[in-house]
Design a protein around this ligand. Structure first.
Ligand code: 2U9
Length: 348
């Protein structure tokens, strides 16, 4: 077999191998075998030294043409296999973008925060300001300014977390009002404020007591404020939180910072006054304390009780939330168990 025949045979065999190759590794092996330095074509070309000067360039260009043809066939096959490989990969990695996404669990304000926010909205709408203050408070603002001097028996009513002789964890949010009243410029208009926040008492925690709970207090100071203003405001709170059809009643009470003082009941929102387990078969729920600001409290804040007067009220957002959602243990609010908290999902 002469060289030309050998080359033709190599061409035919090579093209067949290339045609039949199935993956990129195989085609690369073929390229190395066929066209490499130790490959059969190189081997054939070695035999050219025995050819005549006339034959040599002919065989030389013939072998080059075959080499180029094989190289091109390999390149095309390689390209074809690359495309197939990519198509296969795409097929495998295909995702359906129309499938619904994984649900993201949304958080929500704490149920107590929801109650506070609802009340804040009500009072902001009536032109009140929402004021916060320090939770570590001075004895002076927490007790003294609220008509509870050191020897006042009412101080025994509250067990207090003292930090030093003068500093304590506030037992009520009233010191925020005392501070605001002290600095308010009455020549610019009345003071209308609410102060929601955390308060602390030295209580042993149980189903109805927590050493930390919340208060939402309100204060209005102006000329000519009457008990009728207080009653109307309280009625609005009761109807907003417990429902438009609710009624209120006031009972005489005592607080050191208000005179006269009242306790406020609202008709039971469950039984509407008929009597049920929620209202302990009385038809009424006790929800608020309130009164007309004591002259001593005004005087201590530098406000003339002969000219100005006002009303104040206090309520417990924890108790409101317990009533509204029939929660029988206050400790639920402070365990931060999401199975409990996620029930009070507020949307929109
Ligand atoms: C100033 C003057 C007067 C705030 C008031 C109440 C009545 C009251 C409690 C009810 C249950 C709070 O959540 S609770 O523990 N509060 O009954 N609070 S009048 O009177 C003030 C406050 C500040 C300067």
């Amino acid at each position: 077999m002469d060289l030309k025949e050998k080359l033709l045979e190599l061409q035919e065999k090579g093209l067949k191998q290339i045609r039949e190759s199935e993956d990129l590794k195989q085609i690369n092996d073929i390229r190395v075998n066929l066209l490499g330095k130790k490959g059969p074509i190189t081997e054939v070309l070695r035999g050219m030294k025995d050819l005549s000067a006339e034959e040599r360039p002919k065989i030389g260009s013939f072998s080059n043409a075959i080499k180029n043809e094989l190289a091109e066939a390999i390149r095309l096959k390689n390209e074809e296999l690359e495309i197939k490989k990519t198509a296969k990969k795409l097929e495998k990695e295909k995702i359906d973008v129309t499938l619904p996404g994984a649900q993201i669990q949304l958080g929500q304000p704490h149920v107590i925060a929801q109650v506070i926010e609802e009340l804040e909205d009500l009072f902001l709408g009536m032109g009140y300001q929402v004021v916060s203050g320090p939770e570590i408070e001075e004895d002076h603002y927490n007790f003294e300014m609220l008509n509870l001097p050191a020897d006042h028996p009412a101080r025994d009513m509250q067990d207090t977390f003292y930090i030093t002789k003068e500093l304590l964890m506030r037992t009520q949010t009233s010191p925020v009002q005392a501070r605001t009243m002290e600095t308010h410029d009455f020549s610019k208009g009345p003071l209308k404020m609410v102060s929601p926040g955390k308060v602390y008492r030295r209580d042993t925690d149980d189903a109805t007591h927590s050493h930390q709970f919340h208060q939402f207090e309100g204060l209005v100071i102006d000329k000519h404020v009457t008990m009728a203003d207080l009653k109307g405001t309280i009625e609005l709170i009761a109807k907003t939180v417990f429902g438009e059809e609710q009624e209120i009643r006031l009972r005489p009470s005592y607080f050191p910072f208000t005179e006269p003082s009242v306790e406020v009941d609202v008709t039971c929102f469950k039984c509407h006054g008929k009597g049920c387990s929620i209202c302990k078969y009385t038809g009424w729920l006790e929800v608020l304390g309130a009164g007309m600001v004591h002259p001593n409290v005004l005087r201590m804040a530098g406000v003339d009780p002969e000219v100005y007067g006002g009303f104040a009220f206090g309520l417990g957002p924890d108790r409101f939330a317990m009533l509204k959602y029939s929660i029988d243990d206050i400790r639920n609010f402070y365990l931060n168990d999401n199975r409990f908290l996620s029930q009070f999902t507020k949307r929109g």
